[in-house]
Design a protein around this ligand. Structure first.
Ligand code: RNT
Ligand code: ZN
Length: 417
């Protein structure tokens, strides 16, 4: 794309925004400090690298068999770097425990240590990125439908041990990168059909969590993710949104909002202001549910825009961790990362470019039509020229120019797998 044209467009946009009191230079700086946490699991359809790996379970599914999924750590790292090179800014990588560097060894979940993540720590350092982490309770013979809430104490203990070890690993990662590692805890526990022991399962989950969180871990941050249902677990979810809202708020723990984990007309965005007076911070899993928690690639849709706008309006930009969580196996996976990340960034950019102060004044003065007018006008303001400028300054392709880069990588790398 022609640089002088982009430049002219940005200068016009800058002036248009200045007229409504928005400093695009300041916003560009905020965008530079806005770090996504890219999930490692889009690259390989949530398979991971355990030697003893079985099929994906836990009520989640990646559909499609587009060629070129990463089959080992080297391929995954190469794919992530390719994706990162096409996304402006500097971003983190979010690992699941099953993505350890197990070096051909069978390492069960209750045996894992930071040793299996040392090469990831070194890789992250070499590439100027930081790591986040997740315990993995799915895709394992001992997880069945219930892990941390299993009535069988030996199974509960197995997953408690796993999760404690994951916290140790996260803390060690945090120390190594001199920045807290965000560890998300999601367990799929639930029932497929009618069941009568809900109180018991939830009680076990609470007890397991209490035990897991006993150890203080200063260089990691815990967060808890609930959901509404899983495939094969349709009738009851132990770790529901309400359960974790209560647990996080009582124990001062970060709550994770996955945008695919609510009823279809329920707004994830509305949870931001509802929770932030009660929990220390929020973690996001930005995703796109199509009819169910399908984890389609994030796009600039209304729910995503509203979520980011609510964060900015709440003044909570720095109280949120921005994880992505989609896994589409039916399209080019690098393309999925790039589209999802850039779309999330565009939503954040639009949120930052909103003349919120003015709108708020109108609202407080009871001038409803002006509120509506500015919100509508903001949609058609030249934010795209600001995003292009952001790409130019970060030396990444502007607009659809990332497509040939992905095509080249597909021809030279992923199609040969
Ligand atoms: C599942 C949750 C969870 C997973 C990842 C792989 O519904 O969203 O976050 O997607 O842990
Ligand atoms: Zn999630």
């Amino acid at each position: 794309m022609k640089t002088n044209l982009l430049n002219q467009a940005y200068e016009v946009a800058k002036q248009r925004y200045a007229e409504i009191g928005i400093d695009t230079e300041k916003v560009l700086q905020q965008m530079q400090d806005f770090h996504l946490s890219l999930h490692c699991w889009q690259a390989d359809d949530v398979k991971g690298f355990e030697v003893q790996a079985g099929a994906l379970s836990g009520g989640i599914q990646s559909t499609g068999d587009f060629p070129g999924a990463a089959r080992n750590i080297d391929e995954l790292q190469s794919d992530i770097l390719k994706a990162m090179s096409l996304i402006p800014g500097n971003h983190r990588l979010n690992l699941h425990e099953i993505y350890g560097d197990f070096k051909g060894k069978v390492v069960d979940r209750d045996e894992v240590t930071v040793e299996y993540f040392q090469s990831w720590i070194d890789w992250a350092k070499a590439h100027n990125t930081k790591l986040d982490f997740n315990s993995t309770s799915f895709s394992h013979p001992k997880s069945g439908n219930l892990s941390l809430s299993n009535p069988d104490k030996s199974i509960r203990d197995f997953w408690i041990e796993h999760t404690k070890r994951c916290r140790d690993i996260s803390n060690a990662i945090g120390e190594a990168q001199n920045d807290p590692c965000i560890m998300n805890l999601w367990v799929h526990d639930g029932c497929k059909d009618q069941s009568v022991n809900h109180m018991m399962y939830r009680h076990f989950l609470k007890e397991s969590l209490d035990e897991i969180f006993q150890k203080r871990q200063p260089m990691m941050k815990d967060c808890l993710e609930g959901k509404v249902f899983g495939i094969g677990l349709e009738s009851f979810t132990v770790g529901s949104h309400d359960f974790y809202t209560a647990y996080c708020s009582k124990n001062n723990i970060i709550q994770t909002i996955d945008t695919g984990h609510y009823h279809p007309t329920e707004s994830p965005a509305d949870k931001v202001s509802a929770l932030l007076d009660f929990v220390p911070e929020l973690m996001l899993h930005v995703s796109r549910p199509v009819r169910w928690d399908s984890d389609h690639v994030t796009i600039m849709d209304d729910p995503t825009q509203e979520l980011f706008s609510e964060i900015v309006r709440a003044g909570a930009l720095n109280r949120v961790h921005y994880g992505l969580d989609f896994f589409d196996g039916s399209i080019n996976r690098i393309g999925a990362y790039v589209i999802g990340s850039r779309s999330a960034q565009k939503c954040m950019l639009r949120a930052l470019l909103e003349p919120t102060k003015t709108i708020s004044q109108y609202e407080l003065a009871g001038e409803g039509y002006k509120v509506l007018a500015l919100l509508e006008e903001a949609k058609a303001m030249p934010w795209q020229a600001v995003y292009d400028e952001f790409c130019v300054r970060n030396d990444v392709p502007v607009g659809q120019d990332f497509i040939p880069e992905i095509e080249k990588y597909e021809t030279e790398v992923t199609s040969k797998r």
